[in-house]
Write a protein that binds this ligand. Structure first.
Ligand SMILES: *[C@@H]1O[C@H](CO)[C@@H](O)[C@H](O)[C@H]1NC(C)=O
Ligand SMILES: *[C@@H]1O[C@H](CO)[C@@H](O)[C@H](O)[C@H]1NC(C)=O
Ligand SMILES: *[C@@H]1O[C@H](CO)[C@@H](O)[C@H](O)[C@H]1NC(C)=O
Ligand SMILES: *[C@@H]1O[C@H](CO)[C@@H](O)[C@H](O)[C@H]1NC(C)=O
Length: 371
């Protein structure tokens, strides 16, 4: 039964007061409870409640425990930046659940036993709390005329404390790069400021992991990587979503979606540092690129505020792998974002034909482990 019709059934039935009363909420009750989120003053406020910083419970904190979509409460045109915030909220569910799943799967001993500081589990809980705050902040940025996307079911490729921490490092720095693109879609200065503040929070998480977990110099050079096509980065996270598990009211994710072939270095690549020659892999067998005969293609690498295009030879693909050298002038710091494009510099979204692939440079040794 569709959630929306459950909701409507609810409004007509005396069940409402019963099922929404206690903590053991049924499906209908939780949907009713979730609709209260349409009031921005409902529940604790991020930045004003320790829940979003220093809560050390295992259970999902508010509003991560209210997973349904929040329906519009007014009719009318959407707010100017609603679509951008909807994309961000849908992405935030992926990140929040990633940390929530870690809090549920591990305990303090798991990280100490793997050789990490005895504060690691606490920090993971605190990051989880920050991410819950992001859920609430993004919900409140979406105007009452638009749906606020709910959580789906997710699957993450981590199987122990170390693989979790590695994936966390790449997800944090990817979200920093992603926000540099998303902020370019936002029209209101207040939206832009809020997104910058979120990117700064993700940067603090990243810096914590560089210092405490990986024992690295935390600095990433004069500028982190800016990549303009935010929805392409979001699309590459679709693999974490269990197909068909999202609330029916959610808009498509990302919106709009190019559905480009995913891009990675081939398995067995020994190094992804600048100057390395690597073979490309289009990792989804059901979504492979097509290369026109006689047309020029490039691997375009973004690092800091610049990009460098390297011509690639596609004419014998897929019989022969496509090799490319990561620009050696880049510093081995932060992250490199790579796409395959049919124009030098990938000057528009439409020129991108595959990717992006996110190449972690710091710590460089982790990058090949994530292939
Ligand atoms: C962590 O979990 C392990 C395995 O379930 C258990 O043996 C251990 O006592 C737990 N440690 C803490 C600090 O809860
Ligand atoms: C955590 O580690 C620090 C230093 O590494 C130590 O001083 C502290 O006592 C430890 N705390 C616990 C709870 O084990
Ligand atoms: C390409 O990626 C797919 C999916 O991860 C993997 O199964 C395959 O082995 C990879 N091929 C190469 C050459 O890396
Ligand atoms: C990449 O750099 C070129 C040359 O500086 C620039 O024209 C192009 O717009 C850049 N691409 C993107 C996507 O920013």
């Amino acid at each position: 039964m569709a959630v929306r019709s459950l909701f409507q059934a609810c409004l007509l039935s005396p069940l409402v007061s019963v099922v929404s009363a206690g903590p053991a909420l049924g499906k209908i009750g939780s949907f009713v409870q979730t609709q209260k989120l349409s009031d921005p003053n409902y529940g604790p406020k991020p930045g004003q409640d320790p829940l979003f910083s220093t809560y050390y419970g295992v259970e999902a904190p508010f509003p991560g425990n209210l997973r349904d979509a929040v329906l519009p409460t007014k009719t009318g045109p959407p707010g100017e930046d609603d679509q951008v915030w909807q994309n961000l909220l849908a992405a935030e569910w992926i990140i929040f659940d990633f940390y929530q799943k870690a809090v549920e799967s591990f305990n303090a001993t798991s990280f100490v036993a793997a050789g990490y500081p005895n504060t690691t589990y606490q920090r993971i809980q605190e990051i989880r709390n920050n991410e819950a705050g992001h859920l609430r902040i993004f919900q409140n940025q979406i105007s009452p005329t638009s749906v606020k996307p709910g959580g789906c079911e997710y699957q993450y490729p981590f199987y122990d404390a170390v693989s979790f921490l590695a994936l966390a490092t790449v997800l944090e720095i990817s979200s920093m790069a992603f926000l540099t693109g998303l902020v370019q879609q936002a029209k209101l200065p207040s939206s832009q400021g809020a997104m910058l503040a979120i990117a700064e929070t993700e940067a603090r998480h990243e810096v914590w992991s560089l210092i405490e977990i990986w024992k690295q110099n935390p600095f990433g050079g004069p500028a982190d990587t800016t990549f303009p096509y935010a929805n392409q980065i979001l699309d590459s996270t679709n693999g974490y979503i269990v197909p068909g598990s999202c609330p029916l009211e959610n808009p498509p994710f990302p919106n709009p979606r190019q559905n480009l072939p995913s891009l990675s270095a081939a398995k067995g690549t020994v190094s992804l540092t600048p100057g390395s020659n690597i073979a490309l892999n289009f990792t989804n067998p059901e979504n492979q690129p097509t290369f026109a005969k006689g047309k020029d293609y490039y691997a375009v690498f973004f690092h800091g505020v610049y990009n460098v295009s390297v011509p690639i030879d596609t004419k014998d693909w897929p019989e022969k792998e496509i090799y490319v050298t990561i620009p050696e002038q880049f510093e081995t710091k932060g992250v490199i974002v790579a796409v395959v494009a049919d124009a030098e510099g990938a000057p528009t979204e439409e020129t991108v034909v595959a990717g992006p692939g996110v190449i972690l440079e710091q710590p460089a040794a982790l990058a090949t482990k994530l292939l």
